[in-house]
Write a protein that binds this ligand. Structure first.
Ligand code: FES
Length: 184
């Protein structure tokens, strides 16, 4: 698959079609970026485009978010159980900020889905209320892409009322109504 393909950086089926819902145990084409994170220099599965978050989150350095569903089991288990706890997973991003090693280009690789997307800790980010207010009136298009940073939401498992939580910064969307769902 060419890097010039214009589609959200999210897992695809092996013939390149957007995954309707990513299923644990199946193989997908996954966007990957080489970089150094927590002792491991390797290609990491990423979700969504490279971006900065200076506006609502106060992180002005360009970075990618990990697609935790496709991170190798040994690395994930070390991060999740030994070094970090599950909540902190979402606070980490792949960036060249600390190590000065440039992030590689996006390369698509066949990868197995090892796990569902971990739950985003929506009770933790102090900026989430501000972000929700900024996107309260937005409506998703048919592409089901989060309007904040352009992340494909269609491959995520929906809850019982049709909602998904964007795994980048925690906005919750109802994929049936296409509207933002707030906790208040
Ligand atoms: S990309 Fe930021 S909440 Fe979806």
């Amino acid at each position: 698959m060419s890097n010039s393909v214009k589609r959200p950086l999210a897992p695809c089926t092996l013939d390149g079609q957007p995954a309707a819902e990513v299923v644990v145990g199946r193989m997908y084409l996954v966007p990957m970026v080489r970089g150094l994170f927590h002792y491991w220099r390797r290609r990491w599965p990423v979700l969504g485009p490279k971006h900065e978050d200076a506006d609502y989150i106060g992180f002005e350095h360009e970075h990618y978010h990990f697609d935790w569903r496709f991170v190798d089991r040994d690395v994930f288990d070390t991060l999740y159980y030994d070094k970090l706890d599950g909540h902190i997973l979402f606070a980490w991003a792949l960036t060249d900020l600390r190590n000065q090693i440039p992030l590689g280009p996006v390369i698509w690789r066949r990868r197995k889905c090892h796990r569902p997307m971990p739950d985003f800790p929506r009770h933790l980010p102090m900026w989430l209320l501000t972000l929700e207010a900024a996107y309260a009136d937005r409506v998703l298009t048919d592409a089901l892409v989060c309007p904040h940073r352009g992340v494909a939401l269609g491959g995520l498992a929906r809850d019982t009322v049709g909602c998904v939580v964007c795994p980048l910064h925690g906005l919750r969307w109802n994929l049936e109504t296409r509207r933002l769902v707030r906790d208040d």
